[in-house]
Design a protein. Structure first.
Length: 433
């Protein structure tokens, strides 16, 4: 039940819902509306539900839970909205309001507390996960689990995702990421590299290649020891206070070093960090510090392009299509640099897919918790990929990368097409391993 209408309006950012004029421009840009064809699963429909709560017409917030849970949070609606509706702010405020009032079962509450408060914020815990994945592979447990058919029986289709997880690096290699890597040749900038949590645990090799690429193009690279999770997973699941706490930890950690840029290689992390000033806007002692952090935050493609790119060529003509990260496109507004870097490589033919800006259906852990809805979106995406006849799909976000690998697996295209992160592709072209 709604306790106090004025209080709930503030909690939901109700005043921002008035920006929506229900015009419908968002409908064809929304993946869930296009696949589900339900007004409650469209941006304007979800906004209207929040608005009705603020006006006392809906008194049970649990009625909003399914429509909001099924939102990918891709924010494509913001890009096409003619009135500038801040959909992301409304969405996260509503999710947080629901989470504050929801009575989770003891097992669920325990798991959420462990993951959000103990695991994701801890680099030690994420390193332990990465090392455990390596042990799982090298001990023969992975081979046995797959051969026995066990992976087909695990819940939530996790066996499908296990099959596409990248090969883990060894504990020795994991501990070798230096705190400082000097620029090769003339130094152009000093940058701090953001390693992330899931990115560093599951995609450590991409992080290592990122540091080497930044060094190659002329950057002194610092890896700040006290950095932590960006807080995106927390914000997207309604744990907004935890997200704010992590934002403060990162702002405090990175402001200790004098750097030109704070560089990340994950579209979702970058989008979260690019909005730290909005996240901390109501905390006067943090907002200016967050604004300085945001001004320095850049995607790695921006810095490599700024430094002149990678001037190489591939041995023979290669057809490539680019799967855009929603959060890079719709939040960070980074759209040109990845394309410029790809097109600057000789013998590469870049083929744009149909509906290139449409979400792939990954959206953090959406493809796990809303598997069927995610696969409907992915299947359409893969039809568009196949039409390009590309042999390589390049992405700029770990979730997109796994989703594309899953799409290739579902379509039995493994012999003719691959999916790689932009960093992996540039490193391959540059001869960096």
């Amino acid at each position: 039940m709604i306790e106090n209408l004025e209080a709930i309006r503030k909690e939901l950012n109700y005043e921002k819902t008035n920006q929506c004029v229900q015009c419908g421009y968002c409908l064809p840009a929304c993946p869930t509306y296009m696949t589900m064809r339900k007004e409650t699963h469209s941006p304007r429909g979800r906004i209207n539900l929040v608005k009705m709560v603020g006006e006392g017409k809906i008194t049970d917030l649990s009625l909003l839970e399914e429509p909001l849970d099924l939102c990918l949070g891709c924010r494509a609606c913001e890009t096409v909205c003619p009135t500038g509706v801040e959909y992301g702010t409304i969405l996260e405020s509503a999710r947080a309001a629901i989470t504050r009032r929801k009575k989770f079962s003891l097992p669920v509450r325990t798991i959420r507390n462990i993951l959000f408060k103990k695991v994701f914020p801890s680099r030690k815990a994420m390193n332990l996960i990465g090392n455990s994945m390596w042990l799982y592979e090298k001990s023969g447990a992975q081979k046995l689990a797959r051969k026995s058919g066990l992976m087909k029986k695990v819940p939530s289709h996790l066996g499908e995702f296990e099959a596409i997880v990248p090969t883990a690096v060894s504990p020795w290699e994991r501990s070798s990421l230096p705190g400082f890597t000097p620029a090769k040749g003339e130094k152009k900038y000093t940058v701090a590299f953001f390693v992330g949590c899931v990115m560093d645990a599951m995609f450590r090799k991409i992080n290592q290649l990122s540091v080497k690429l930044l060094s190659k193009v002329g950057c002194d690279v610092l890896v700040i020891e006290n950095q932590t999770c960006c807080g995106a997973l927390h914000a997207h699941t309604g744990e907004l206070e935890d997200s704010k706490m992590l934002a403060k930890r990162n702002v405090a950690a990175f402001e200790q070093e004098k750097v030109d840029f704070i560089v990340n290689n994950a579209g979702g992390c970058g989008a979260m960090m690019a909005e730290y000033d909005h996240l901390l806007a109501d905390e006067s002692q943090w907002v200016e510090r967050a604004q300085r952090f945001v001004e320095k935050t850049k995607d790695i493609s921006q810095i490599i392009a700024l430094c002149g790119g990678i001037k190489r060529e591939v041995p023979s003509t290669e057809r490539i299509t680019y799967q855009r990260s929603c959060h890079m496109t719709n939040v960070q507004k980074v759209t040109k640099e990845p394309l410029q870097l790809i097109q600057s490589i000789a013998n590469v033919e870049l083929i744009e897919m149909k509906d290139a800006n449409m979400c792939c259906g990954s959206a953090g852990i959406y493809n796990i918790v809303n598997y069927n809805a995610s696969m409907e979106i992915l299947d359409q995406k893969m039809e568009n990929v196949k039409e390009t006849k590309a042999t390589t799909i390049i992405t700029t976000n770990p979730g997109c990368l796994l989703q594309m690998k899953l799409g290739i697996q579902r379509e039995n295209l493994g012999d003719g097409i691959r999916a790689v992160h932009l960093v992996e592709y540039l490193a391959e072209v540059a001869g960096i391993s």
